[in-house]
Design a protein around this ligand. Structure first.
Ligand code: SF4
Length: 401
């Protein structure tokens, strides 16, 4: 297990306060010890770092924070771009970032995180009613450009910063077709011990030869997270807004099993899925006993989930007995079951052990009332996108003993 670097801060994007000499886009790796830089590195000067002379190679750029008293000297160097960021923006050695000409910084890989993910496309062949990140038409984003960006990031990974798990997400990653296989092959070659967690709707896995190529590229280190929202096609196809999706996904699940790919079944919990959750649990237990685990997931209040809030939202407090019963069914058949995205105080105590701290660190938050809760450290909390209007529950109850 890698140590978490304490001073690193959670952000994917940030805007530099000001920039100097930035006349082109920059992509590179962050170094924090300027002694060993190349002209492709981006130096981040922490407040307690000795100001280097840069007599040898110059960095691609230099980032420092507003509290740094060395600012004037840095600003006037004229040899490489300099960016000023807020003091609460902290990078770690090995982070991989890009900087736009307007000073917008995108962190593609964060060494201090266990939640690194590559978004490989924003296109999707489903249109789920609760999609937190609605897809964009394929023509808007060039898939080859996204693939090249992911490949460049993989190339820059340091040996000492290789991830235990790396998520590939979209959109729907299989929309890249062969491109996805190339990305998975590249990750598996560069970091053979990394578990690749592929989030996909599984429809393209209907084609067994594709699944076979994917399995070969991953070399045994692939976990596919596939949603299954109902035990019958009418409900599943309605939720994903695609007729025929249910049948394709079921065949896809069987093809994954045949090709030795581990499967995580993902069920997002909202009004429509809760109505038939127990039927779905029975259906999975009897037909898909081979899955690695089932994830029962609280709904993220973003995108279409907000748009359809009145017809989808249901307080977890109101379905906690159904949730316990679903977990009981799955576990009775020996299927490992996890609960994602739900705080401990809104589920029954019999499923506390199933609850995982699943919300990515940069999206995770806790309301003030949680400060007094003795289970705060074990609780997964809430999505930072939560607002009064779109709040998950009205039943937050701190555990006091
Ligand atoms: S009070 Fe807060 S920290 Fe405690 S279980 Fe509820 S949501 Fe979690």
């Amino acid at each position: 297990m890698k140590p978490v670097i304490p001073q690193d801060t959670c952000f994917l994007f940030t805007q530099a306060e000001s920039t100097c000499g930035l006349d082109k886009e920059i992509f590179g790796k962050v170094v924090t010890e300027p002694g060993q830089i190349t002209n492709r590195d981006i130096v981040y000067l922490a407040a307690d770092t000795v100001l280097p002379s840069f007599q040898g190679a110059c960095p691609a750029a230099l980032i420092y924070s507003a509290e740094d008293c060395r600012a004037p000297a840095l600003w006037e160097n004229g040899r490489f771009p300099v960016l000023l960021v807020k003091p609460n923006i902290v990078f770690s050695c090995g982070d991989i970032i890009s900087i736009s000409m307007k000073g917008r910084i995108h962190r593609h890989y964060r060494t201090a995180s266990h939640n690194n993910a590559f978004l490989v496309t924003e296109a999707c062949n489903n249109l789920c009613v609760m999609c937190p990140q609605p897809p964009k038409p394929a023509r808007i984003v060039d898939p080859l450009q996204l693939e090249a960006s992911v490949a460049a990031t993989i190339d820059l990974l340091d040996d000492e910063h290789l991830p235990e798990t790396l998520c590939i997400t979209g959109g729907e990653p299989t929309m890249l077709s062969e491109g996805l296989i190339r990305i998975i092959d590249k990750i598996a070659k560069r970091s053979p011990l990394t578990l690749i967690h592929l989030l996909t709707n599984g429809r393209y896995f209907y084609y067994e030869s594709y699944v076979a190529h994917l399995a070969a590229a991953a070399r045994g280190n692939l976990l596919v997270g596939i949603p299954l929202f109902a035990h019958v096609s009418d409900i599943h196809d309605y939720i994903v807004q695609s007729r025929g999706a249910f049948d394709q996904t079921l065949v896809g699940l069987l093809n994954c099993y045949k090709q030795g790919i581990s499967i995580e079944l993902r069920i997002v919990l909202h009004q429509t899925t809760i109505e038939s959750l127990l039927d779905l649990a029975e259906f999975i237990a009897k037909n898909f006993f081979f899955v690695k685990h089932v994830a029962l997931m609280g709904m993220e209040n973003m995108g279409y989930a907000k748009l359809n809030w009145s017809t989808l939202s249901i307080d977890p407090w109101d379905y906690k007995d159904t949730l316990s019963a679903a977990v009981e069914i799955l576990q009775r058949y020996g299927i490992e079951t996890r609960i994602f995205n739900l705080p401990l105080c809104v589920v029954n105590s019999d499923v506390h052990a199933n609850c995982a701290k699943s919300i990515s660190d940069f999206k995770n938050t806790y309301p003030l009332i949680c400060a007094q809760c003795v289970k705060r450290e074990d609780c997964g909390g809430f999505f930072a996108s939560s607002t009064d209007k779109f709040f998950l529950t009205q039943h937050i109850t701190p555990f006091l003993v």
